[in-house]
Every structure is written in C-alpha cells, then in structure tokens.
Ligand binder design. Structure first.
Ligand code: ZN
Length: 270
C-alpha cells in the first residue's frame, strides 16, 4: 500500500507534499508547500502576501511554487483569512485575485468547479483541508485553524459543496495537511472549554490534560466532524506531520512567532 502522503523535491530544492489518493484520481494538481526552496531570506519559500518579507521575493516564491507543482499563478485565487467560517464559490472572474488583483477578504475557504483555477489558503500551524469530489469535479481549499475548527468549517465546506454543486459527501475525498499536532497544540482552559462546549464530552478523548494545560488533537476532531458531515473515513488522508516538530521544513507560528512565513495549500482541477 502506498503512503497517504508523498514528499516531492525538485532538483532546485523546492519540496512539497501531495495526498496520494488525490494524485491517483488524475483529476487535479495540488500541493501542500514547505518552507524549502524559496527566494525569501535564507532560501525560504514564504507564500504569505501579508507578511513583512519583501513582496517581490514572495512573488518569486509563487513563480517557483507554481513551476514545481504545475499550478498556474495567473489563475490562482488567494483567500484573505479571518479565522471565520465563510466559504466562497469562485469562478473565472476571480482568477489572479490576491496576487494580481485585490484578494477575496473575509474568506477562509474557497471552492470551484472551474478547471485550472488554483485555490490557495495559508498556514503557519493551522490545519489545511483540501477537498475533491471526483464525480461532480469540484475542489475546495479550507483553512481550519482552531477557531475555524470550533466553527465547524470543514463540515460547512462539505455542506457548501452540496448546496452549490450538488456534491454527494460520500464521493468527496479530503486531505488534511501538515499542521500543529497534539504534541504541541497546548492551550489553556478557556480554549479547551470552547472545544467541549462545541463538540461535547465526545471530544475529551482527543484532549490530554497536563496540570493546568491541555493538548488538543485537532486532526482527530476534524476527522470526526468530517465523518459526521457524511465523508467516508476511508476517503480522508492525514499527513500527521506536526509543523512545530518539523519547523526546519514548515513555518510555525508557535515556534517562530510573528516572523513566521506562510505555507500554502493549493488545488486546481485539471
Ligand atoms: Zn509537535
């Protein structure tokens, strides 16, 4: 059996990850970026448009990322995320927004049925979700930080794909990319209480208590929520890579603070 995620590195040293189940459909180009192989300070692949790095270098990073992954930068659509739960349906008129035209603000998830449009969301520890309905040929890219997770943004993306495109959740594949893991997602009682208030006592099996601190497995909670929304567990691929444990490969807000660059999760129908 092939591993659920594959690491790809170009001869120029740019590395990214792909979900094997997505690649096997032959229907999409997609990637979860790393920090390796870029033009920003010290060779970083920062894809954050709203970070302090030189934006000419960030645009060069987009050029390199797109060249390596086969995505088209001129047909990318970038989210301007607010840790909310709004999912926007985008079309041809949105191509280039966020890179060459004003971005889509107040949006934490993007979806489309238009081939070639590359939907991009951004991360430094938060959880990236890519969704693909290979039957209706619809894709989505969703930013599920802990705030998005307690707003059930993954399940809302599934519902939005149903409402907008007539998708059947039973057909949808999901890839959960590199994100802060339960080993490092330490929170205080206030955040833990929000999770319990939202998901009930059932989520306690995904929370470890150490003194006054709590460690939450948001990957597992996302899986549970997606299955409740009708996704087949066998259709969910999890990278399981923790961005803090592997800060040499990923940007991490926890590990690096405000200077952290941004990772990107992007997907386009072929
Ligand atoms: Zn970790």
């Amino acid at each position: 059996m092939r591993a659920p995620f594959e690491r790809i590195e170009t001869k120029e040293g740019l590395a990214y990850y792909q979900a094997t189940a997505f690649t096997q459909t032959g229907l999409v180009r997609h990637a979860f970026s790393t920090r390796l192989g870029g033009a920003s300070q010290g060779g970083q692949l920062n894809l954050g448009r709203n970070t302090p790095d030189d934006q000419a270098q960030v645009l060069e990073n987009y050029r390199r990322f797109c060249h390596a992954t086969g995505l088209c930068s001129h047909r990318m659509v970038l989210s301007q995320q607010v840790h909310g739960d709004h999912i926007a349906a985008v079309g041809e008129a949105d191509a280039g927004r966020g890179l060459y035209a004003p971005g889509l603000s107040g949006v934490d998830g993007l979806m489309t049925d238009v081939p070639g449009l590359a939907l991009a969301t951004f991360y430094a520890d938060c959880t990236p979700l890519l969704l693909l309905d290979p039957v209706r040929r619809v894709v989505a890219s969703v930013h599920s930080g802990w705030r998005g997770t307690v707003q059930r943004i993954g399940a809302k993306a599934v519902a939005a794909m149903q409402a907008q495109y007539g998708c059947d959740p039973a057909d949808i594949l999901v890839a959960i990319g590199p994100a802060i893991g339960p080993c490092h997602f330490e929170v205080d009682a206030d955040v833990r209480d929000l999770f319990v208030a939202t998901f009930g006592d059932a989520c306690l099996s995904h929370i470890v208590t150490k003194g006054a601190k709590f460690y939450i497995d948001t990957h597992a909670i996302n899986v549970t929520e997606l299955c409740r929304a009708g996704i087949d567990r066998a259709h969910i691929s999890i990278s399981g890579l923790c961005t803090v444990c592997h800060v040499e490969e990923f940007f991490s807000y926890r590990a690096e603070g405000a200077k952290a660059g941004r990772l990107c999760a992007a997907i386009a129908l072929q």
